[in-house]
Structure formats: C-alpha cells, structure tokens
Design a protein around this ligand. Structure first.
Ligand code: FAD
Length: 388
C-alpha cells in the first residue's frame, strides 16, 4: 500500500502545473517543496516571455480578457490563466562604452512580452489548490529510491526525518536538482560552465529610452568583462530590474551593478532610484538528459534541461507530465511518451548546436575586450534595426 499515487518533488512552474493536472484528473497526489510559499518567486527571473512564434516546439498565443490573460498552448492543447497583464515590448537597446546605443525596434508585433514570475506562480498555485491539490511546504526531499512497484521518498522538516511512498514520482526540483544528481544522471553530463547572477530591482529610474530591454557591456559601463541586462518591471513605468552575467567569484556581480548604477556614463539614470528587492541565482550549464526517467521516476523542467526551459517551457513540461503519470497509473507507457515529446520539442534536444548559440549570447561580453566591443557597437549604431 502506497501513501500516494504520485508525489511531485519541487513546486515551481513545472511542479505546480503537474499538480494541477493530476488533481483535476482525480489522482491522489502530493506536491513537496522546501520553500515557505509556493505563490511567490524568490529567485532572479528576468520575465521574458516568447509568444506568437514557434519556440521550443510550441506556439503560445496570449488573449486578453479584462485584467487577465489567457495563455494558449496551441500544440500541447491546453490553456491557463495568467492573473494579470503581460507587457508587450517593442524596443531593445545595447550599449558598449559609447553612450549611443545600438537599437532594435519592431513596429507591429512585440519583440517579446514581460511577465511577473510571482503572478505566474500565484496563478498556477491557485489553480492547483482549486483543483484539490495537496502540498507539503518547508520540506526538503533528501532522497528518492526505487522500491518494488514504486518510490520511497525521504523528507526532512525542522530536523525531523520521515519517509513517504508513492507509485510514481515526478521530480521537478529545478536547475540544481538533487534528485538528478543522486540518481547518477549527472555523471556523464559534464559541465559547460557555471555562472552566478544577481538582480537588483529599482524604482525611480530616469531612463530616457522607450520601455524595453537594455544591455550594457564594456569597461566604462560595467567596470570589467561581463554584461548587464536591464528589464522593465511590473512595479511601474520607472521600475527596472538590473541583472548581471559575470564570471566567478560571485563578488564580480556586485561590483558590476555598483559600477553601472554609480559610476558609468548611464549612472545619472539611477540618481534618484531606490533598490526595492535583491535576488540571485547560480546557473550551471549542463547538456540535457535525453532519457530523464527511471522505472517510476520522471524528471522534468529545468532539472534535466540545458540551461533553462523558462516558465513557459516548465509549465508545458508539468502539464505533459501530469498526463503521462496518469497514463502510467493505468498501466500505459506515459513516461516513454513524455520522453519522446521532450526530445522532439526543446530546441537543444533536437539540435545540439542550439546549446552553443545560447552560450554565445552570455559569453560574448566576457570574451571580447572593450575595444572590439566598441568597434562592433559603433558599426551597429549606424544601422539600427527596424522590423515589422
Ligand atoms: C537569472 C535567471 C533569469 C531567468 N529569467 C527568465 C525569464 O526571463 N523568463 C523565464 O520564463 N524564465 C527565466 N528563468 C528560468 C526559469 O526560472 C526556469 O526555467 C523555471 O523556473 C524552471 O521551472 P522548474 O519548475 O523546472 O524549476 P524551479 O522554478 O527551479 O522550481 C524548482 C522547485 O523545486 C524546489 N526544490 C528544489 N530542490 C528541492 C528539494 N530537494 N526538496 C524540496 N523542494 C525542492 C525549489 O524550492 C523550487 O520551488 C530565469 C532563471 C534565472 C536563474
């Protein structure tokens, strides 16, 4: 006799969506997370959201209904509600040492949308609870082990340890997945680099550019190699999140933000600005796990991925995992179906070259010196890109 049909470890966007799907299908499931709240985002997240184009095997379409948005996953065939409005973004600007940015503008279709990660999680959490999903928070899963016919899960809370059992387990424990590591999946993956990032959220920023994402590189701008991303925040028209990408040691990230906001040629934008939130993350880039399953455990979301599946990808991983686990409980090959979907959906599973393309986006600020960057930016500034 098992305690649960399914246990979901990790209740970020992937785990919450899996829980919602399982609960709405009448499966006896439990979601476990070490966080104190499931309806809030605590980690850095820029808020990029890609819509109305083929991206990671899906085409997501947004529909505004009053003060909410419906998010339609056209290929996976489901819709969720986002309890707020995402901001369309038509502008992007990049600075090197010069104060003249290279700009990209679209006139009809937004380049992308910005969403609030906390709004996304609160919507997913509420939908799961309304479907009858049960959660155990402030609880760390320290071990999962295959046992005959199911999985044994070791939990720890306030120094107390106990075990639960389930027939099927979904591991959605994120980028630094303990489950993936302990099951031995990381032994052959190798590491493609590790990078810390920190994010300061500011209000009162006097930025003269139209709202959009802004990138800065070069010694005058950030004091060293690396880069700054500055993205609009939902907090208000003068609110921005400023994030870093730098090498270890992590202190460099702090130095980059301090330099950019206090000493760079753009520091005057921050003269009257206040920091309202700080967060951080460490991202290790590892190739994806091609077959992220054992007999009764399916690993989903960031845990088996290259870099990140993003909120939009994590949510579809969760939906598809809920469907897959229910099939498994009925004696069908749901996990095999999920693995096939995983390998035919995410771009870096289909074409490993995409891992290189992604990595270059983050590394070029580290690899190119200021003079080269300036030359490229001066050339580019002469030819701003305007697209439909
Ligand atoms: C700096 C940064 C910027 C980003 N920007 C964007 C962006 O602009 N747009 C976007 O869509 N995505 C962005 N992402 C990526 C996005 O955050 C992830 O792809 C997404 O959160 C993955 O969802 P997940 O559910 O798989 O994992 P996570 O969101 O990582 O959730 C994992 C959950 O598991 C829990 N957990 C972990 N281990 C255990 C354990 N042992 N026991 C119990 N609970 C555990 C954690 O508390 C957490 O709640 C960004 C990520 C970073 C780091």
């Amino acid at each position: 006799m098992f305690d649960y049909d399914v246990i979901v470890v990790g209740c970020g966007p992937a785990g919450l969506m899996a829980m919602r799907e399982l609960a709405s299908r009448g499966v006896k499931a439990l979601g476990i997370d070490m966080k104190t709240r499931l309806d809030r985002n605590f980690r850095s997240a820029s808020g990029f959201f890609v819509t109305d184009q083929e991206f990671n095997g899906e085409n997501i379409h947004l529909e505004t209904v009053g003060d909410k948005m419906l998010v339609h996953y056209e290929k996976c065939g489901f819709t969720i509600e986002y309890p707020g409005l995402m901001e369309p973004v038509y502008h992007s600007a990049m600075y090197s040492n010069s104060t003249v940015p290279y700009t990209i503008t679209t006139t009809k279709k937004p380049i992308l949308h910005f969403f609030n990660a906390t709004t996304w999680l609160s919507g997913r959490h509420q939908a799961a609870v309304e479907s009858g999903a049960k959660f155990l928070i402030r609880t760390l899963v320290t071990k999962v082990k295959e046992i005959p016919g199911g999985v044994e899960v070791t939990c720890r809370q306030n120094g107390k340890k106990w075990k639960l059992t389930c027939r099927k387990l979904i591991a959605a424990d994120g980028l630094q997945s303990r489950i993936t590591r302990e099951l031995g999946f990381n032994r052959t993956r190798g590491s493609m680099g590790i990078g810390p990032t920190i994010e300061y959220e500011f209000v009162g920023v006097e930025c003269p550019l139209p709202r959009g994402d802004i990138y800065a590189f070069g010694e005058q701008m950030i004091g060293q190699r690396g880069q700054i991303f500055m993205v609009p925040s939902w907090r208000g028209k003068d609110a921005y999140r400023v994030e870093t990408a730098a090498q270890l040691p992590a202190i460099r990230n702090y130095q980059i933000i301090e330099h950019f906001t206090k000493q760079s040629p753009l520091a005057h934008w921050f003269k009257n600005a206040k920091v309202v939130e700080k967060s951080g993350a460490v991202v290790e880039l590892m190739p994806p796990i091609k077959v992220p399953r054992t007999q009764n455990i399916l690993i989903i979301g960031d845990a088996p991925s290259f870099a990140e599946v993003l909120y939009q990808g994590a949510t579809m991983c969760g939906y598809m995992a809920g469907v897959a686990a229910e099939k498994e409980l009925k004696g069908q090959n749901g996990y095999d179906d999920w693995v096939q979907w995983w390998n035919s959906t995410f771009e870096w599973n289909i074409n490993p070259q995409r891992m290189g393309d992604y990595t270059k986006r983050f590394l070029f600020g580290r690899l190119l010196g200021s003079k080269t960057m300036d030359m490229l930016f001066e050339l580019a500034a002469k030819y701003p890109l305007v697209a439909l």
